[in-house]
Design a protein around this ligand. Structure first.
Ligand SMILES: Nc1ncnc2c1ncn2[C@@H]1O[C@H](COP(=O)(O)OP(=O)(O)OP(=O)(O)O)[C@@H](O)[C@H]1O
Length: 331
């Protein structure tokens, strides 16, 4: 593998649920709580649209190696916050105290592509333009973030063809992992809702991120694929990646989050472990104020056995696929 395609997989020891619980039990369950090893630190990010404050996050730390959910009622500012920290929008406080750093690197004034190159990548919904492209072309587009200037240089050096082959091999591997290999040459627009979500995730992984940010990964996904998607997300964490995701489905949040941050009316109003944060009065207030019918989830399914079962299922499928690929000489 070339340097920029370095494998981000690291053993954080956090594949073990007991280790994760031991870690998060040391976190303060208060908004803006400090973490022992934050991969993302955000300060004073404010975004106003006209007179309306969509985001006003004074301090947030995201712990490395965990799955953190960002939840909150409709209009709480979650998507805007994602856009701000990934360089797709600018805080109103830019140059006036807004500061955020990823993996020790200040990102305040960088473009979306340099944020991606720093290792923080968000998934994108399949837009019209992307739907009109094939699955493999979508994947190759995902690699652009990763290669950046190096890609340009290598084109001049005449090594592009070799690099393109390497990138396509990596795309094939990811497509196989996400059960999309058969669809490689199909138009992305022809995929089902769940397959699109898988493609969005696979595309983001083309750049070997240290942290993947998922915006509503389960929206529009049928129950059969939900299990598989949840398993994939947990496996990314178990391989050492940090996951930050926005999700409305509280059952999903409870099932896979190690830590939950809650936004309401632009502000961070609570933080805590999934099984306790939902009973925080600030969270109940925020949701009740927004819509009364939110189901804040059910603890009955929140067992280690259920979670590990899902992760094991996907890991077994991965192993089976790898064996098949080896037999077919794909690897
Ligand atoms: N480009 C924009 N121009 C004006 N207002 C905007 C813009 N983008 C977002 N807003 C407003 O900012 C607020 C926060 O929106 P945002 O989409 O970030 O919330 P959210 O928490 O992601 O909501 P949802 O869960 O419904 O997706 C909303 O009131 C929204 O109408």
């Amino acid at each position: 593998m070339s340097e920029q395609m370095a494998d981000p997989k690291v053993d954080t020891g956090l594949a073990d649920p007991a280790a994760r619980r031991a870690l998060t039990s040391g976190f303060d369950a208060v908004p803006g709580a400090g973490k022992p090893d934050p991969i993302l630190v955000v300060d004073n990010i404010v975004r106003q649209f006209g007179g309306m404050t969509a985001v006003d996050v004074q301090h947030l730390e995201v712990q490395r190696g965990l799955i953190t959910a960002l939840i909150g009622p409709n209009g709480a500012g979650k998507t805007t916050f994602f856009n701000l920290i990934t360089g797709f929008d600018k805080p109103t406080t830019a140059g006036k105290g807004a500061h955020w750093a990823f993996d020790g690197r200040t990102l305040d004034k960088t473009s979306a592509s340099s944020v991606a190159q720093a290792g923080m990548v968000r998934t994108f919904q399949l837009t019209k333009a992307l739907s009109a492209m094939t699955v493999i072309d979508n994947m190759m587009l995902g690699a652009q973030n990763q290669a950046g200037e190096n890609l340009l240089k290598s084109m001049f050096r005449g090594t592009w063809a070799k690099q393109e082959k390497e990138i396509e091999a990596k795309a094939d591997e990811l497509l196989a992992r996400f059960k999309l290999f058969e669809k490689k040459h199909d138009y992305a627009g022809s995929l089902s809702g769940g397959q699109r979500k898988l493609l969005e995730m696979a595309r983001a992984l083309m750049s070997d991120p240290k942290m993947i940010m998922l915006d509503e990964p389960m929206a529009g996904v049928n129950p059969a694929l939900t299990q598989s998607l949840l398993g994939h997300i947990q496996n990314l964490r178990d391989e050492g990646m940090t996951v930050l995701f926005v999700e409305h489905d509280m059952h999903v949040v409870r099932h896979i989050s190690d830590w939950v941050a809650v936004m309401a009316e632009g502000r961070l109003v609570a933080e805590g472990a999934a099984d306790t944060v939902m009973s925080d009065p600030a969270v109940i207030d925020a949701y009740l104020g927004a819509h009364h019918d939110t189901d804040l989830g059910d603890d009955a399914l929140l067992t280690d056995a259920a979670l590990e079962g899902m992760a094991d299922e996907v890991a077994a499928e991965d192993a089976e696929r790898e064996a098949e690929e080896e037999a077919e000489g794909l690897r």
